[in-house]
Design a protein around this ligand. Structure first.
Ligand code: PLP
Length: 401
């Protein structure tokens, strides 16, 4: 049996998130569920909202002929109409069903977009820290990921992005609210970025696509509202899903929305519909399209994540760790403090710190996995009892670091 070299290499590089999650399972078997504080995985653990469950039950009860049949590859017309209404409201522009494709989650949407817009060797700019899977998705379609450093407070830095843009740049991926930093990019950053991209397009003759990856758009705290983005830049595409806001990641339902002002729009959409088909997705799950078309305005209990954020920041404050206070999503990015007991820099690395925390049954993901060594990600999709009970372990771990 032979396995392709590239896929084997992917497996070797495969994510720290998985590694830490597997460790968590092992530790729970050894010490018991309540003795392990696993902040590794961003797996929403809240109940989906009642509106979604009711819509799902109603959709499942339908005995109408054709309910389970193949459909157009872009999805049901009524689901496209609903998503167009959603995207139009969020991005302050007029959208029609023709501008929308239903997908297998945001992950499926990203793969469809990347397959459609990249030629071999094209580059895609991502901003550190970035969602680790981007590297694999870009490589899936023969592209090359070009990470750039963020500026202060993990906001995109216009000078570094401008320096990275070239005629090879097919796209820039913007993820806000951000996994893992929890930052929500303000409107001024969006407008600055649009200006940088427009200028690069004029200079290089190639207008890069802005891919807005926003599955956490509704998970924001303290009265913040994630600003519209598509209206600021014509060559833009939004990808998103209901994995986080409806708390249904296993159901694999998301969408692509294309800015109506984008160049070659009809061809682009036809090619994306084709990509959705030939990547083997064929179409997004039928039952889920019906369920979200009827319940997309509902939300899981987002305030619960806010309360957990506040509990976790309290625990980290008590243990003396510094972090970027999350404005959205459900991740906290924390700075690795220098090890008191060693002058060797390697001993103060994020991987070393993650391993040290593990000996106290605390699990986080090294920032290296997000292109940002020196930091660690904690996901607070965990019961409040876990956060509360983790406090002595954090304090002890820091005392011995
Ligand atoms: C930034 C980001 N983009 C995309 C995804 C993929 O989400 P989905 O479940 O919709 O495929 C995730 C999932 O964690 C994510 O964090």
């Amino acid at each position: 049996m032979s396995v392709a070299v590239a896929v084997r290499q992917n497996l070797e590089r495969s994510s720290w998130i998985r590694k830490m999650f597997e460790e968590g399972r092992r530790l729970k078997q050894q010490f018991g569920e309540t003795k392990v504080f696993d902040f590794s995985l961003g797996n929403p653990d809240l109940e989906p909202p009642a509106e979604f469950l009711q819509a799902l039950a109603a959709a499942a009860a339908s005995a109408e002929l054709g309910t389970h049949a193949y459909m157009p590859n872009a999805g049901y017309q009524f689901a496209r109409v609903a998503m167009a209404e959603k995207i139009a409201a969020e991005h302050a522009l007029a959208m029609t069903a023709d501008d929308v494709i239903l997908t297998v989650g945001a992950a499926g949407a990203l793969n469809v977009v990347l397959k459609t817009i990249m030629d071999p060797g094209d580059e895609v700019i991502v901003i550190r820290p970035y969602f680790a899977e981007y590297a694999f998705y870009i490589a899936n379609h023969g592209g090359c990921m070009k990470p750039v450093d963020a500026g202060d407070g993990f906001l995109p830095d216009m000078a570094t992005i401008a320096a990275a843009l070239s005629a090879k740049t097919a796209a820039v991926i913007l993820n806000t609210p951000n996994n893992p930093s929890g930052r929500v990019y303000p409107r001024s950053v969006i407008e600055d970025l649009a200006a940088v991209l427009l200028k690069a397009g004029r200079e290089t003759g190639r207008q890069p696509v802005l891919i807005v990856d926003e599955p956490y758009r509704d998970i924001v705290y303290d009265g913040l509202v994630a600003p519209p983005i598509l209206d600021a830049y014509p060559e833009s595409i939004v990808v998103s899903s209901f994995s986080k806001t409806l708390s249904i990641p296993g159901e694999r339902i998301g969408y692509i929305g294309v800015n109506p002002a984008i160049g070659d729009k009809r061809l682009l959409l036809d090619c994306m519909v084709m990509a959705n088909r030939i990547l083997g997705y064929v179409n997004a799950p039928a039952l889920m399209q019906r369920a979200v078309a009827a319940s997309w305005r509902a939300r899981a209990d987002i305030d619960r994540y806010r309360r957990r954020r506040d509990m976790l920041t309290g625990v980290l404050d008590a243990s003396g760790l510094s972090y970027a206070k999350p404005e959205g999503a459900f991740y906290l990015f924390c700075q690795v403090p220098p090890a008191k007991h060693s002058h060797d820099a390697a001993d103060s690395s994020d991987v070393a710190f993650a391993m040290h925390l593990k000996t106290f049954n605390v699990l986080g993901v090294p920032g290296t996995g997000f292109g940002c060594p020196g930091w660690l990600r904690f996901s607070y999709c965990v019961p409040e009892t876990v956060i509360e009970a983790s406090k002595p372990a954090f304090i002890e771990a820091l005392r011995h670091w």
